[in-house]
Design a protein around this ligand. Structure first.
Ligand SMILES: [Zn+2]
Length: 205
């Protein structure tokens, strides 16, 4: 069996946008799970149910800071606050402490590793943060990186239609190639790659 993981940053969505919820529709339709790295100051009464739905579906909720700053520009105290406030907001909804951290913009320095004691996670991007990248272009970038243990770094930020299209198209193709979809922590476990908070940005492959 080959394994892969879809990971989505920058949810949940502001009122009036339902990109993360529509991504859950797509995951549910195809019967797969994923990991969501949330920006916690976007959490509100309007979107708590979407996060609860993700958990109920077996998806995994992780930390992507409180307000999505470039953490390398922050003081020690500010870093701790960005990380802790996100953890607390997630625990309040899911009852579970995030076990992974994805630094905004994958900007990292030594101080961050000193104050945040969970593994930092990267992944293979499909340039889906570039608005002009079409669903086809994103799909090609995804397929160029297909291999056992691959973790894709994607986004469910507000209005990210092309990533919804990308994922809906890619899941059946990857399934056809023999891939099983698992959450990010599960991917590390299944591939026997131990994660440590040792100053590395982790991917499985
Ligand atoms: Zn982000």
């Amino acid at each position: 069996m080959k394994y892969c993981s879809l990971t989505f940053d920058d949810g949940p969505n502001f009122a009036g946008d339902n990109t993360m919820n529509r991504m859950l529709d797509i995951l549910e339709k195809h019967g797969v799970v994923a990991s969501f790295f949330l920006i916690a100051n976007k959490i509100s009464d309007e979107n708590t149910a979407v996060i609860e739905r993700a958990v109920k579906m077996g998806c995994d909720i992780e930390n992507h800071t409180w307000s999505h700053p470039d953490m390398t520009k922050l003081t020690r105290e500010e870093m701790i606050e960005e990380y802790n406030k996100c953890d607390e907001a997630i625990i309040k909804i899911t009852g579970k402490k995030p076990v992974l951290f994805r630094p905004p913009y994958i900007c990292v320095n030594d101080l961050m590793h000193e104050v945040i004691h969970v593994p930092f996670i990267c992944g293979h991007g499909c340039e889906d943060w570039v608005k002009e990248r079409t669903a086809d272009e994103r799909y090609k970038l995804m397929m160029d990186n297909v291999q056992d243990g691959v973790m894709y770094l994607l986004h469910v930020d507000d209005g990210n239609e092309n990533t919804l299209k990308l994922v809906d198209r890619a899941i059946p193709v990857l399934k056809e190639q023999g891939f099983e979809f698992v959450t990010a922590p599960k991917l590390f476990e299944l591939k026997g790659v131990p994660m440590k908070d040792n100053g590395q940005n982790w991917t499985v492959v």
